[in-house]
Structures are given as C-alpha cells and as structure tokens.
Design a protein around this ligand. Sequence first.
Ligand code: ADP
Ligand code: PLP
Length: 328
Amino acid sequence: MTVQNMTEQARISCGIPKKIAMINDIAGYGRCSTTVSLPIISAMGVQVCPVPTSVFSNHTGFPVHFMHDCTPILPQYLEKWQELELTFDGIYCGFLGSVEQIGIVRDFLVSQIEIQESKALSARPAVILDPVMGDHGKAYRTVTPEHCAQMKELLSLADIITPNITEACLLADTPYRESGWTVEELTALADRLHAMGPDRIVITGMQEQEDFINFISCYSGAATADENAAKAGRLHSCCRMHAAGESRPGTGDIFASIIAADAVNGVPFPASVEKAAAFVRTCTKASSELHIPQPQGVCFENFLYLLTPPACQNLLKPPAQHDGACPN
Ligand SMILES: Nc1ncnc2c1ncn2[C@@H]1O[C@H](COP(=O)(O)OP(=O)(O)O)[C@@H](O)[C@H]1O
Ligand SMILES: Cc1ncc(COP(=O)(O)O)c(C=O)c1O
C-alpha cells in the first residue's frame, strides 16, 4: 500500500505527518515569515513544503534590506509540483508581493483542489490565508487598489483567514479604528468577510487597555468546540489575553503558522486561536525579559517544545527493547 491511498486512520496510527505547502517570503535575518513558520509547523508534527514568494536579506523593519522578487520562478516551480502530482493536506499562504503573485497562487489553489477531487481523496486541502496587507490602519506600499481587489477574490478559495484589524477593514471596505470595537461591529465585519468565502475567521491585533483581543468567528460547516452554536450557523467569541513585552515583527507569522498546523491536525478553531495567542504571548514576554532587541523579532526557539503534540513526543521515544543508546 502506498502512502497516497492509505486511510486517514492508518496514516495517523503510523505516525505519518500531515503535509502543508507554505507560500511565503523568506527573510534571512529577523525571525519573520518562513524562518518562523518552518520550525513552528514542523514542531507541531506537520511537514512543511515552502514556496518562496520573495527573498529578503532581513525584514523591512531594519534601516536597509535587499529583496529579490521570486515571481518569475513561481510558475515553473509550481508546474513541477503539478507534474509530480503532489498533493497537500493544507496550503498556507502568507505574504504576496504583487498582483501577479496573487494570480499564480490562485491558479495553484484551483489546480490543487481539482487534483484532489479527481483522485477522490478524502478531503480537499485546507486553505489558510494570512492576508498580509497592512498594519496600524495603513496598507503596505505594495498593496495597491488592484492588489486589494485580487486578495478579495483569493478569499473565495480560503477556508481560514487570519487578518489583523487593518487587513480585515481593507478587505471588507470598512473604516479603520484603532480600538473601541463593539462585538456587534466585529460580528458585522466578520460576516462581511465570511460572505467572501472563508468559514473560519480570526481578526487579530486589537488592543483594549492592557489586553490583546482576537475575535473568532466560525460559520456552518466549520469545526467548532460548540456543536450547538455551529448547528445554528455561526459562533462568535473573543480570545482576550494580557499583552506582554513590546510589539515585535513576526507575531502574525507565528500566530498564523499555529492556526495552519492545527487546521490540518483537526484541532477545533477556537482552541487553536487560544493556543496561538498564548504561545505568542509567552514568546514576546520572554523576548523582552531576555532583552532581545525588538528588530530581532520574537524569540520562540526556547518554547518550541510547548507546541509538540503528545502523540509526536511518544513517537520520539525509543522502542521499549531499545536502551536509547546511540548505535556505533
Ligand atoms: N506583545 C504581545 N503580547 C501578547 N500577545 C501578543 C503580542 N503581540 C502580538 N500578540 C498576539 O499575537 C496576535 C497576532 O499579532 P498581530 O500583531 O495582530 O499580527 P500581525 O503581524 O498580523 O499584525 C495578536 O492578536 C495577539 O494575540
Ligand atoms: C519581509 C517581511 N516578512 C514578514 C514580516 C513579518 O510580518 P508580521 O509582523 O505581520 O508577522 C515582515 C515584517 O517586517 C517583513 O518585513
């Protein structure tokens, strides 16, 4: 029997990890995007297959950086994956630098969904989209009105989205406000995003007094912890957590990576948001306590063990008859 036609249960009991295609930039220095997502998703017992959208020497929060746009290589890169008929349990998409890249990613998502449907695989890939478009009420320089329009189109293929409040407002054509959002307003904002496609939404990055608020919305069909609310069609809730340490680059990448790995591992969405928020907080707190300069991002390395699922920890144990010593 090949891995491809094993049942889901057989794969889990054999300890074969789920697989995510991760479309994102790579920043060599400063703990952002791929250098964060790869170790985090791997620590959560999921195989990561990166698709680099651009290569940065370091993130853009430093006084200087070098950037290489990977748009010209993306079609050939992904074409080979199509030729090999590679399939994935999830596709996680982060920073997209241009309108052209959005189109390439859309074609990839559509063909992946088609391949899996034609092979009658048990499920289509979970699509997790972190629509990196702006922060603090402002769109990034690369995010033109056309870029924004194309991102809205991409939403129709996403199951889960993780916008910060700025990105949620840009996508839903809603005026931005730094704070003071009511539950009714956030519900209306999430409903507008849901109408564009995704059925699990978390709006991040809102601060009220000393706390961070993540607004969670699950709609019909989405796996939620509360079955009654799910049956009623939608469930909105808030994850509130005390801010710790200063704001740092890469928090959104850590957050979305945990959501992506949990999505393919079947963790209910609200529980996954709580886990992601708590993990970021643990790491931002430690980063400040260790006096790590803010541009160096979030020091997560010391805490990866918190994310490793117990089932994987058992897999790491040597067999009973083995004394754990290294062979000569
Ligand atoms: N200093 C912090 N203390 C505690 N939690 C934080 C801190 N910074 C970020 N987070 C958590 O990480 C989430 C994602 O961060 P956010 O800044 O919204 O990401 P983005 O980079 O996408 O704007 C926040 O909603 C919050 O839960
Ligand atoms: C190239 C690049 N990628 C990723 C990030 C991280 O973004 P976030 O803080 O939203 O996770 C940054 C932030 O400066 C960046 O410059």
